[in-house]
Design a protein around this ligand. Structure first.
Ligand SMILES: [Zn+2]
Length: 451
């Protein structure tokens, strides 16, 4: 429903009439499914971050100190990874972890109309017993186990078909510490219950959330050559698509430093000046995605071992190096991305099979006037003839479009739908596209990939 902002009175009356209808229906026992849907809203409580890749693994809870309000804690199957994430949001005090457990149920939660919300462990277990007796038993068993093991508290997550919701129970109350107290079932039932709202922060969720059903880059070993203007933006897009997570790795190779002349069109800013681009970029992206395994290699790629890599991405924009990589890494699927001339077009070429053209094959074809990006010839345009050294002038917006094209092609490779292997996007609107996206074949005489 779109609210008509020019009719506030009429719209408010319509909302009230609708609310009356729904509430009457709810009192008559209708809309049970709707109430289930709304459950999370009414469960409330502090946030409990869920950083769980494998629910069957042993779980722990990182519990915040009382001063860190707003977030109760986090449940994790990898304590160190979750600590990095919490440190990135400046949280995660030095408390010993609590045990945590996940209990599954096939029943969707619905509020209990008698006692709501549950404030003690006893009320919580009663409510659970009304929904799913087995789930109730399992929850009580886990709580008693933690209690008997002398844990300071326990966090439980109920994994229901609709939602994951959590509770926390503090066993060690500072007011009674030191005293011998009888810790049995009835003592447990009296404990205060912390209702917790589960919020997923696991890497799978972050990468899959915006593209449901699409494969992510999780688990892949990807080497990105070039942490320059294209590589910087591209690395971030790859990380957001799951690169470096779930056992995967993203390796950024670049021997150069970040200088002031780079800042105007680089993903990195002033705080990284005079650092190696590869190191600075991995540092920056570790903050963007602390669960991601990303490393910088400050080295000429010609000295880097590339065997065993799932995908090699060349974002250096250096033609000669591109030819060399076609030869040296011809066993690896390779994506080359570059900017044509002074930003007239951006192009990407993926070589994922022996039959496809490599970057050298394409450059040879271009010299003969075939497979060109634009109808109009690209005039070489250079700036900086002084002591800064030569460079090709184009703005950051062009690099971002090259990075976007490359990210799209990496996604296509990951989904095993690599075609078309040669893609061109004309940026300068005074120019005309010469070669529609296609799948050029390798040239049998290519010195890089065929001989
Ligand atoms: Zn070739």
């Amino acid at each position: 429903m779109v609210v008509d902002v020019f009719d506030p009175v009429g719209q408010t009356l319509a909302c009230l009439a609708q609310a009356e209808r729904v509430l009457n229906g709810a009192l008559e026992g209708k809309y049970l499914e709707d109430l289930e849907e709304e459950f999370q809203v009414y469960w409330g409580g502090e946030l409990c971050l869920l950083d769980i890749q494998d629910v069957h693994a042993e779980l722990q809870a990182v519990v915040m100190t009382p001063s860190e309000s707003g977030v109760f804690g986090a449940i994790t199957d990898d304590y160190q990874r979750t600590l990095r994430k919490l440190q990135a949001i400046k949280r995660g005090g030095k408390q010993a972890p609590w045990p945590a457990f996940c209990v599954s149920t096939g029943i969707k939660p619905r509020p209990n109309l008698d006692v709501w919300p549950p404030k003690t462990v006893g009320q919580f277990l009663n409510w659970q017993g009304g929904l799913d007796v087995n789930c109730r038993k399992a929850l009580e068993r886990k709580m008693l186990k933690a209690l008997q093991n002398g844990a300071p508290g326990v966090v439980l997550m109920v994994h229901s078909p609709l939602v994951r919701y959590c509770v926390g129970v503090l066993f060690r109350d500072s007011a009674v510490s030191g005293k011998r107290i009888l810790r049995n079932k009835s003592w447990l039932y009296e404990r205060r219950l912390f209702r917790l709202e589960g919020v997923r922060i696991d890497d799978c969720y972050v990468a899959e959330r915006n593209t449901p059903g699409v494969r992510t880059l999780a688990g892949k070993k990807i080497v990105l050559v070039g942490a320059g203007t294209i590589g910087g933006y591209l690395a971030e897009m790859l990380v957001k698509a799951g690169a470096g997570t779930s056992g995967g790795q993203l390796i950024v190779v670049d021997p150069d430093y970040l200088f002031p002349q780079n800042l105007g069109r680089h993903r990195l800013g002033f705080s990284h000046l005079f650092k190696h681009k590869a190191d600075a970029l991995s540092e920056e992206l570790t903050g963007v995605s602390p669960g991601c395994k990303i490393s910088g290699v400050v080295e000429d790629v010609r000295h880097v071992e590339l065997r065993g890599v799932d995908l090699l991405v060349n974002a250096t924009g250096e033609e000669a190096l591109g030819h060399w990589l076609c030869r040296y890494a011809r066993e690896q699927p390779t994506l080359t991305v570059w900017i044509e001339g002074p930003g007239s077009a951006v192009r990407g070429l993926l070589k994922a099979s022996n039959r496809s053209a490599c970057f050298r094959c394409l450059c040879d074809a271009n010299r003969e006037g075939a497979l060109l990006a634009t109808e109009e010839p690209v005039e070489p345009l250079m700036a900086g003839n002084g002591c800064e050294g030569l460079y090709v002038p184009f703005p950051a917006s062009v690099s971002v479009q090259a990075a976007s094209l490359a990210a799209e092609m990496v996604q296509a490779w990951c989904s095993e739908e690599p075609a078309p292997a040669l893609r061109t996007r004309v940026i300068d609107q005074t120019r005309t596209l010469a070669t529609p996206d296609c799948d050029p074949l390798a040239n049998a005489d290519c010195p890089a990939c065929c001989t």
